[in-house]
Design a binder for this molecule. Structure first.
Ligand code: GLC
Ligand code: CA
Length: 558
């Protein structure tokens, strides 16, 4: 057993397997084609049976939905399309009754342009208190016609938008690192800081177990808002040197948030979405007096290659061990191409979501991608620390690449000048049944057709459904259920030590306490040690031979 003590004695967030729910796309209880809280509630038994420890719900606040809830217009209420505060309370209570923790998304970097603060800011004068909650600046050039600096929005285009002042003339500019409808808050303003603390307390009081912090490396901007350097040397240095990411100020905020979490009973926590590298920069978010988890995005940018994966695991574990934090593995989320496609095609850049930029998608080999995604899942669940799953990965759904262009909704599509199809392909509503009625069971209303779901489901979508995999030996759903059950029973899994096994250049293999070992084969068929008992494999084995693109958990017998 590890020096950290038994799992029961550790805070839950050191080991938890957390399942991400994208509420719009999970389950629709009233036939409007949009997922909702009542839908989530109806599926709690499914989640319980899957064997996860916690759920994370992507933003459920009132929002004009330009970025599907990541543009929040009121942090202390629920989006009417999703339900009410009373529905949220009931969901929290029922999840807890089932022993499932619940964390929610918090979006501190920006609000919606329909948030009352931003509406007030637009109505107020330059230099006013109202404008000072956001980042308004005069433009450059003789008439202020040019943006205040050269920053670009993550979704494409200029990060500044010019406003029309009360006199009807073009006036100041405001900063939006994401969509135009997502103005950045001014974190130098104490009112912003204290409002967000109130928001945290509002939800902690309602019983949530924690928060997923959106763009946790954002919020603070370098003083003076200097231009991004565009000379070749700076471009080579990459994202670490952007004057709006990973600034020192965020750490003061997280220290004060940690104090708030610790003032509540029951190990309340937060996980940072911090797209920073190298791993040593990520470690700074999970220092002992800051946040508890920070997503480890290394596996979203990896090739399916033993050497690279070993390296990424080593780097991640070492960096976090220095601050005593567990690693939080992620293979899928609502922002990236599904692992099945990624690992087959060798897509490595999360920001490049379009297939036209990433090579020819027609090359996709679904069978091989499925093998790899399943192997990756067994690897992730055997590695030290916790794991974050994304709805649908337990069904091995591929990326949906045939959404008609006129149905694409991601702001990235528009802001890239219709070049980048964006992230809709991993957000298509979950197929619960193989029958198309009720949008493959996504909706409780049988008359809803698959193309009437908020994002249309393609004809072939039903073959990945829950009901076609439920109880079926060898299905991906059965594999996840079985793996999560074994993970729970094995004292050596979750947080704790690991040790590499040298088994050849194309094999990633490691031991965990309890004579447990995991082998993943990236090369030709490989003979497992003769003295090992198979606990689970991601695909059928032939005797002790581990085929290409297959992972296995074994008990080593000495
Ligand atoms: C995060 C979210 C993403 C959103 C962006 C802006 O990266 O995961 O979905 O678009 O922040 O809030
Ligand atoms: Ca609905």
């Amino acid at each position: 057993m590890s020096e950290l003590g038994s799992r029961a004695s550790r805070p839950w967030w050191r080991d938890a397997v957390t399942y991400q729910i994208y509420p719009r796309s999970f389950a629709d209880s009233n036939g409007d084609g949009i997922g909702d809280i009542e839908g989530i509630r109806s599926r709690l038994p499914y989640l319980k049976k899957l064997g996860i420890d916690a759920i994370w719900i992507s933003p459920w606040y009132p929002s004009p939905q330009h970025d599907h809830g990541y543009d929040v217009s009121d942090y202390m209420d629920i989006e009417p399309d999703y339900g009410t505060l009373a529905d949220a309370d009931l969901l929290i209570k029922q999840a807890h009754n089932l022993g499932i923790k619940l964390i929610i998304d918090i979006v501190p970097n920006h609000t919606s342009n329909e948030h009352k603060w931003f509406v007030q800011a637009l109505a107020a004068k330059p230099g006013s208190l109202e404008r000072n909650r956001y980042i308004f600046r005069d433009g450059k050039g003789p008439n202020g016609d040019l943006p205040p600096n050269n920053w670009e929005a993550v979704f494409g285009g200029c990060a500044w938008e010019r406003v029309i002042e009360a006199d009807g003339k073009a006036g100041q500019w405001y900063l939006h690192l994401f969509a135009i409808e997502q103005p950045d808050l001014n974190w130098e303003n104490p009112e912003v800081i204290s409002h967000m603390e109130d928001v945290l307390k509002f939800w902690l009081d309602r019983g949530v177990d924690g928060f997923r912090i959106d763009v946790a490396h954002g919020m603070f901007k370098e003083a003076g808002l200097p231009d991004v350097r565009t000379d070749p040397e700076a471009v080579m240095l990459g994202t670490e040197h952007k004057p709006f990411w990973d600034q020192e100020g965020v750490h003061d905020i997280y220290r004060s948030w940690r104090a708030i979490f610790d003032s509540y009973p029951g190990d309340r926590m937060a996980v940072a979405e911090a797209w920073v590298s190298p791993a040593s920069r990520i470690a700074r978010y999970v220092r002992p007096d800051e946040l508890q988890n920070s997503f480890n995005f290394e596996m979203l940018t990896t090739l399916w290659q033993a050497q690279q994966i070993r390296q990424k695991i080593d780097n991640s574990i070492q960096a976090l061990a220095e601050v005593g934090a567990p690693t939080s593995w992620v293979f899928n989320n609502h922002d990236v191409v599904r692992s099945l496609d990624r690992l087959d095609l060798g897509l490595t850049n999360h920001a490049d979501t379009t297939f036209s930029r990433q090579g020819d998608a027609s090359e996709l080999n679904i069978a091989r991608g499925t093998l790899r995604a399943r192997s990756a899942a067994l690897m992730m669940l055997a590695l030290p620390g916790g794991a974050y799953l994304y709805q649908g990965e337990e069904l091995a759904v591929p990326e949906v690449r045939d959404i008609p262009p006129d149905r694409l909704t991601d702001p990235r599509w528009r802001m890239s000048g219709f070049q980048d199809r964006g992230r809709d392909g991993c957000r298509v509503p979950i197929p619960w049944t193989s029958r198309p009625a009720g949008a493959f069971g996504f909706s409780s209303d049988d008359s809803l057709r698959p193309d009437q779901a908020w994002l249309p489901q393609s004809d072939w979508w039903g073959k990945y459904s829950v009901d076609s995999q439920d109880g079926i030996e060898g299905s991906t759903l059965s594999m996840y259920r079985q793996a999560l059950a074994i993970r729970k029973a094995e004292i050596g899994l979750g947080d704790g030590p690991m040790e590499w096994i040298q088994a050849g250049k194309d094999i990633v293999a490691f031991k965990r306490p309890g004579d447990f070992a995991c082998y993943i084969n990236f090369g030709l068929a490989f003979e497992l040690p003769r003295k090992s008992v198979i606990l689970i494999s991601s695909a059928p084995l032939s005797g002790q031979s581990l085929p290409t693109d297959t992972a296995v958990w074994v008990r080593l017998i000495s």
